[in-house]
Ligand binder design. Sequence first.
Ligand code: DCP
Length: 230
Amino acid sequence: AVCTVRPFHNNCAMAMNSKPFTVFVEGNIGSGKTTFLEHFRQFEDITLLTEPVEEWRNLKGWNLLDLMYKDTAKWAMTFQSYVSLTMLEMHQRPTPTPVKLMERSLYSARYCFVEHMMRSGTIHPAEFAVLDEWFKFIMNHIHIDADLIVYLKTTPSVVYERIKKRARSEEQCVPLSYIEELHKLHEDWLINRQHAECPAPVLVIDADLDLSQITEEYKKSEHQILRKAV
Ligand code: DCP
């Protein structure tokens, strides 16, 4: 059959099916996930789901991100619980295009951020147990599509400088040590494969480059994400 609906896809059946090719964009805070997603706005037939940071900053007028950074011990559990809900909503959102590009996933929430909170003792083991049971329940009962993970790999000191420069008000007190620990957790999950769950192949991109050079690096991933016929 000739595919007339999505000309650049070599798998017509897949393209016309409701199940999109689903890509998660992962990487440390400030690694350029949003910029990466924006690069793909130029293409047709692709749905971009940027992270719902604005929802975390305004839940019925409450800034959960700010509360979490100001009093982490008190708010981390509430914050991560809401992150999970918003991520699950993104995973479940019907996508009318053959490609779905998502910023982060339930996996990085669990394996990087919640993992860090548990190991550092920021959340009580009982709070961790509740978050972990939710995660396991979702994994066992809800199908989460995942076809590719793009890992924007960075050096902690580089993203630390970017975070300071962009000056998001909530992140003013983020120390370099936190960025280093998050980096290690991303590496353990995506490179060292220390968790059972790495749901898709990982494409590693050098995301240390600055904005003027990064487009060339992003282009290297176009083929795999758009799956253009060669
Ligand atoms: N965050 C968190 N727990 C999560 C996800 C995010 O505490 N499960 C926090 C870390 C940041 C903010 O939310 O302060 C947004 O982090 P991201 O790295 O997800 O998004 P950025 O906007 O920093 O991404 P980038 O700069 O790569 O576009």
